[in-house]
Design a binder for this molecule. Sequence first.
Ligand code: NAP
Ligand code: MG
Length: 479
Amino acid sequence: MTKDWNLSAAPESTSHIQLQSEYGLFIGGKWIKPSDGSYFDTSNPATEKRIASIALAGKKDVDAAFKAADHAFDGWSSLSGAERGKYIFRIARIIQEKSREFAVIESMDGGKPIRESRDIDIPLAAAHFFYYAGWADKLDYVFPGRKMRPLGVAAQIIPWNFPLLMAAWKIAPALACGNTVVLKPAETTSLTALKLAEVIDEAGLPPGVVNIITGDGATGALMTAHPTPKKLAFTGSTEVGKQIYKAAIQGGKKVTLELGGKAANIIFDDAPIDAAVEGIINGIYFNQGHVCCAGSRLFVQETVYDEVLAKLKRRMDSLIVGDPMDKNTDIGAINSKAQLKTIERYLKLGSEEGAEIYQPACNLPEKGYWCKPTLFTNVAQSNRIAQEEIFGPVLAIQTFRTIEEVIEKANNTPYGLSAGVWTDKGSKIFQLTKELKAGVVWANTYNKFDPTSPFGGFKESGFGREGGIHGLEAYLSFD
Ligand code: NAP
Ligand code: MG
């Protein structure tokens, strides 16, 4: 049954979008009901209203998906790269055509501001498919003189913070290299992955090349324990990442893990302060802070601390928190009730640890899950709010005097995904990019993504790279 969603209340989305009230599993090019008839609901975190029922894949369904992917592998991997590229280009173009619909669904299902889904998530997802479509027939030039093969079937598990984009990061390079795929989106944000299945169908990919199955953590665990996949690709929490790593070792599978982070955003006194303040805001409040590479630890050089803090608070006062569908919204809804609880626990903990909290006085909607943009000052390096990933709009501020001191503090965390540096001096940027243990270091900008650029972490942030030509290597084996 197809339902029309008239989103006339939303300035950015007056057109109709097509959503089913019930979604099955996309296996072997067909929509299939879950074998034991189990479904779960997905809801809109800004209204708490149910949007659709989603199939909960059990063991039989997981088996069927891997069987379909395995069956499709020989045909897909023996196509020429140019042929595979054509299919991937088609997916990219259809996403572009449907970008408005994708943006609305992404914001409805996950709570992110429509401005971000429209301008960042969806265009970047299409860009990843375009980028890897271009590599499909050029693998010999990427790895000259090396004999390479696709790995086989890949099991891919993604989180809820960038649902369509993470699906694109995983599916595009896998297909370009000749692998077939079983992908599971996160429970709270399955809808755009299911829409992507419709796109894949429309693009005419051979049945079974991409299978999208929905479910919960137990479905994910069944996927990682399954004997068929030769590759496990995971983005999510460090805790689940560790379990997946174990399953990969036991099963002799190749694995890439993109896990959590606690990035340092470092402001030197020679930085252009106004631009840096914008960078701090973007670094931590983009996507409600549900960003693994969020600049959640701010280090300000002591000499400009008062100026930065005053400007930062003034800028926070101007942020609009509320309806994700309103194109003026800066901070949308927290993705789920459970995540809001986690964030609130850290807000309480920060105050108990002796840090000082600041939140602008803004009104929050009555229904839905919301958190005001928050900062903590008077934070000690050992405080849990400075060490643990909160995954919400919460910034912990510390000061420093020298470059050596800030490098030591910035590296003093179990994570190593990303960092930011704001300074007028190229020499400081070079020293920091060398000495910070972080997979990505942004200089005088933050949270900039591009399909040509590899992304991934060190230490408990995981290993392996996605994006760029590094992202191809993760889906090939070399003789
Ligand atoms: P999560 O709980 O680890 O879930 C990630 C995915 O794994 C979801 O699809 C989840 O399914 C599934 N899953 C849960 N338990 C599983 C198990 N035992 N075996 C296999 N799969 C399982 O993380 P999340 O709460 O969705 O996402 C937030 C975390 O992701 C943060 O820590 C963040 O830093 C990290 N993250 C990292 C990156 C990066 O690139 N490094 C990017 C985005 C997010 P359900 O949804 O059904 O539970
Ligand atoms: Mg939802």
